[in-house]
Design a protein around this ligand. Structure first.
Ligand code: NAD
Length: 488
């Protein structure tokens, strides 16, 4: 393939670049400047990609050759490593991520690809001689074309998080990447699509939105959907997929509680609390957005955290001193600020008001300063609903049971952090939390060999870990009765 990116960011379908009738502008959220243009997919492009993936799946070359799949995934990992700097630069310009946060995202891709290359080679099932001389065995077969839908907040890490296991399992795939990161998507398409040995049509990449995503969800030729996005959209996708008994993996929203016990090491914990709020400008499914603090340390935490949040250096990715970049766009700044205003109107106390930056050199961008609100009512929308911005609530508790009850009183169950120097408390609390991931004295530490996903409204199924392949395979029980079961 040509490795030269076209002026217009395009789709990658059936082993070649593909355009659309509609072109739109890509915008830098830190400045409001147009940085390029892109082709926008709708159902037509999705259909072309599905047909290419269906043809590629019909050829047994890919789905039956696990060595080929492992080799291709490892080569793809090399390509993501070799071009990491470009990906980080694009994420800074188009997605607003400051340098170290862009690196954090980009570093996931090769690790995930290599782990899934290994999974492709370690396919094992169960078998048993259930009756004397007769065998039962279970084989896993790829389901067919996987539809992958990823959100704008981390397109590199999340697109690959679904694509790698789909390919490892032997599926072919259509990735619907978000229009907000079209320039980044094109480099992802180039790195994936240009991998030596990858047959045309096996991995197709679209830049689109709900139209192309919906076409994947409704197509009878796409038996599995791996979706990462909001809980509201996940519910719609689940309902639409159910009409065709299509399987869905859903990685959805969160409202991560950070629980600070009285014996927490605050010098270690509070910088982590700040990171949990500001990484990706609070636009992270695992953003630490609910701080639960033991009442006896509340005054210290309130004062220290306020100082730290006021000191966060907000700015563009192009400034190496920036610690937190912009929000994805100005409409989202207005949306977040309305949520904060409503919360204050409903009784929240602004410890640090934060809010939009409306004057000075950053005013043209979509910047929002970190906000800390103290609340006493767990049922308030600011505690219950995902904000997807740098807004933290603080509540106090007096007992361990109360902290657990407050943390679990949520529609979400994606992740949680527990801070304590006790030997017993962290594990006891971790086991009691309704949460797919729990970190003790830490936050957002993910490893490819361990499952990641949500309880309750945060999702269905798991990404990463050994369970990741389950969204992409059928289990088949084969019962073997040999020609004769008697010894001669
Ligand atoms: P979203 O749900 O609005 O959209 C996600 C993507 O889905 C869009 O880019 C679009 O292409 C597609 N889409 C939208 N409507 C669709 C429809 N009806 N049918 C098919 N496809 C459709 O989410 P967003 O605002 O882009 O992303 C932010 C959300 O994603 C947050 O809620 C965040 O918590 C969540 N998220 C979850 C994880 C996780 O791993 N659990 C990771 C990152 C983000």
């Amino acid at each position: 393939m040509s490795t030269t990116q076209a002026a217009v960011a395009r789709h990658w379908i059936d082993g070649q670049w593909s355009d659309s009738g509609e072109h739109r502008d890509s915008v830098n959220p830190a400045t409001g400047e147009v940085i390029g243009s892109y082709a926008m997919a709708d159902a037509k492009e999705a259909q072309a990609a599905i047909e290419a993936a269906k043809r590629a799946f019909a050829d047994p070359g890919w789905r039956t050759d696990r060595l080929l799949r492992a080799r291709v995934l490892n080569r793809m990992a090399d390509r993501f490593e070799e071009r990491a700097d470009e990906l980080v630069e694009l994420l800074g310009r188009e997605n607003g991520k400051v340098n170290d946060q862009g690196r954090l995202e980009v570093a996931f891709a090769p690790e995930t690809l290599r782990f899934n290359a290994a999974l492709a080679l370690t396919d094992t099932g169960t078998n048993s001689q259930v009756t004397d001389g007769e065998l039962s065995l279970v084989v896993r077969q790829p389901v067919g074309v996987a539809g992958i839908i990823a959100p704008w907040n981390s397109p590199v890490a999340l697109g690959i998080r679904s694509l790698a296991p789909a390919l490892a399992a032997g599926c072919t795939a259509v990735m619907n990447l978000p229009w907000q990161t079209a320039q980044t998507n094109t480099l992802i398409a180039e790195l994936v699509g240009g991998t030596p040995g990858l047959p045309p049509g096996v991995a197709n990449t679209l830049t689109g939105g709900h139209m192309s995503g919906d076409a994947l969800v409704r197509s009878l030729d796409v038996p599995t959907i791996s979706f990462t996005g909001s809980t509201a959209t996940g519910k719609q996708i689940g309902a639409a997929a159910a009409a065709n008994l299509k399987r869905v993996g859903l990685e959805l929203g969160g409202k991560t509680p950070l629980i600070l016990f009285e014996d927490a090491d605050l010098a270690q914990a509070l910088p982590i609390v700040v990171s949990a709020l500001i990484v990706f400008s609070g636009q992270f499914c695992m953003t630490g957005s609910r701080l639960l603090v033991h009442e006896r340390i509340a005054d210290r935490v309130r004062a220290d955290l306020a100082t730290r949040l006021r000191a966060v250096k907000v700015g563009p990715a192009s400034d190496p001193a920036s610690e937190m970049g912009p929000i994805i766009g100005k409409p989202n700044v207005a949306r977040i600020d309305k949520i904060v205003e409503d919360a204050i109107g409903q009784g929240a106390t602004a410890i640090v008001r934060g809010g939009p930056i409306t004057d000075g050199p950053l005013a043209a961008g979509a910047f929002y300063r970190p906000t800390l609100l103290e609340v006493h009512d767990n049922s308030m929308p600011i505690v219950q609903d995902e904000v997807f911005g740098p807004v933290l609530t603080m509540q106090t508790f007096s007992t361990e049971a109360e902290a657990i009850a407050m943390a679990n009183d949520s529609q979400y169950g994606l992740s949680a952090s527990v801070f304590s120097r006790d030997v017993d408390v962290p594990l006891r609390v971790a086991l009691a939390l309704d949460s797919g991931s729990v970190w003790v004295n830490d936050w957002a530490r993910l490893h490819d060999q361990f499952e990641e996903g949500g309880f309750k409204g945060s999702g269905l199924g798991r990404m990463r870990g050994f369970a990741v392949l389950d969204d992409f395979v059928e289990f088949k029980h084969v019962r073997l009765r040999p020609g004769t079961t008697r010894l001669r």
